[in-house]
Design a protein around this ligand. Structure first.
Ligand code: GDP
Ligand code: IMO
Ligand code: MG
Length: 427
């Protein structure tokens, strides 16, 4: 049975957690394929809010096997505390499976993330300081450690000694920090974490393929988003993995033909947390309104998100990069109080009109959005569950987005709760 990907189409926090949870009902497995605990995916069920970082959003359903794929970077201490917190809320995590090939985030990765950012000063990337970039850098440099290394103490120690030969010197001599202690890391990862992580470790590639062969529906849950992608995002203001749909193939171990459906998640406006270009960013009262009404603060880091109007240029690009088969629009209800709503349909760059993302990023930094203005609907949408209940101005807004993106809109979110959505494509 072919698989589905859920992918963020903007700069993250589009509502991937909620929409993964919505479509997960029909799935047997939900697989995270990249990123780490830089993600914060919120699901609200019956008034209870779950902010998931590493554990896939499918964990809330008893029939789903949540899988952390080989492409994820795992801090075992964070994973164990997330599992403990979920179990304390009554969520059974015993079905969780973690790839033995997933790379580990080690304490020195987090330290490097902090000192690199400090060193960049006002040019900082605004990372989540979770050690994500340094862990992926070690993976690419072939000095990373994998989850499976935690079960071979000799290899684990040997690899740590090799990597710390350089990283220890970097931290001590360049950044004036104490060099990491090999014994301390071995004690923490081998003695404390390994026995508790072991029950979850599995050959996830074969697990996923056995599921596909048995006709199961499998969902790949992206973290971060298209414009935070290491290759396709606004580099260097990106994360260090490939959140785009193609990343699911690498980070879970399936070929492109396995994927049939790609759902792009897009907020009805845009937010970004951290540094980098953002053509439609608002610095006025409407920007403040979106922060306040949309509660635009990081799920785990608490950072205030930057806000702006919906950008159709970005979405057209995301549709191409990800082969989007459909789009889910989230947080439409946040626009309920506005007299009018704007959509960026193109960029003006040095007097020339661009309908597609400029190839050179310096152009993106100076791009002026070309807006179309539509009337607001000034109606509370949070109780709407069917398309025919939507006010005509809201339908017009969605129809305009659909036309601009060139991909059908199927689902629309009108509140954080599990039931607060509608099938836009249903008659
Ligand atoms: P993710 O990282 O893409 O999973 O998104 P986050 O969970 O970081 O941020 C999305 C926020 O919006 C969360 O607080 C969700 O509960 C909330 N949310 C998701 N969909 C909707 C929606 O349609 N309306 C409203 N009002 N909130 C939503
Ligand atoms: P979810 O999955 C929004 C941003 C950081 C920073 C950049 C690099 O919840 O959508 P990193 O720590 O990854 O090296 O930071 O990426 N970032 C996110 N922004 N949502 C996320 O995840 C993010 N994960 C990373 O703010 O700009
Ligand atoms: Mg988030």
């Amino acid at each position: 049975m072919p698989a589905t990907v859920v992918v963020g189409t903007q700069w993250g926090d589009e509502g991937k957690g909620k929409f993964t949870d919505l479509v997960a009902k029909e799935m047997s497995m939900v697989v995270r394929y990249q990123g780490g605990h830089n993600a914060g995916h919120t699901i609200v069920v019956g008034g209870e809010s779950y902010a998931l970082q590493l554990v896939p959003s499918g964990v809330l359903y008893d029939h789903i096997t949540p899988v952390i794929g080989n492409g994820v970077v795992v801090d075992p201490r964070v994973l164990l505390s997330e599992v403990a917190a979920l179990e304390a809320k009554g969520v059974d995590c015993s079905r969780l499976r973690v790839s033995g090939n997933a790379h580990l985030i080690l304490p020195y990765h987090q330290e490097l993330d902090v000192v690199f950012e400090r060193h960049l000063g006002k040019n900082k990337l605004g990372t989540t300081k979770r050690g994500i970039g340094p862990a992926y850098a070690d993976k690419a440099a072939r000095v990373g450690l994998r989850v499976q290394d935690m079960f071979d103490p000799k290899i684990f120690r040997q690899k740590i000694e090799v990597v710390l030969h350089q990283t220890g010197a970097l931290l001590a001599r360049v950044y004036n920090r104490l060099p990491p202690d090999v014994d301390e890391i071995c004690e923490l990862y081998l003695a404390e974490c390994a026995p508790r992580i072991e029950p979850y470790v599995a050959d996830t590639v074969n697990l996923i393929h056995d599921g596909l062969d048995a006709g199961q529906h499998i969902l790949f849950e992206g973290a971060q988003a298209t414009f935070l992608d290491l290759d396709h995002g606004t580099y260097p203001f990106v994360t260090s993995s490939n959140p785009t749909a193609g990343g699911a193939c690498i980070g879970a171990g399936v070929g492109p033909m396995a994927i049939q459906r790609v759902i792009g998640i897009a907020k009805a406006y845009v937010t970004r947390v951290g540094s980098g270009p953002f053509p439609t960013e608002l610095f006025d009262d409407i920007g403040e309104y979106l922060v306040d009404v949309g509660h635009e603060y990081g799920t785990n880091t608490g950072r205030r998100r930057r806000t702006g109007w919906f950008d159709a240029v970005m979405l057209r690009h995301a549709a191409r990069i990800n082969s989007l088969s459909e789009v889910a629009i989230t947080k439409l209800d946040i626009l309920d109080g506005l007299d009018e709503v704007k959509v960026c349909v193109g960029y003006d760059i040095d007097g020339a009109r661009h309908d597609h993302l400029p190839y050179h990023q310096s152009d993106l930094h100076v791009a002026t959005p070309v807006y179309e203005t539509l009337p607001g609907w000034k109606t509370d949408l949070t109780e709407v569950t069917e398309r025919r209940e939507l006010p005509s101005a809201a339908v017009d807004y969605l129809a305009f987005l659909e036309e601009q993106i060139g991909v059908p809109i199927t689902l629309v979110g009108v509140g954080p709760g599990r039931r607060q959505f509608l099938h836009y494509d249903a008659a």
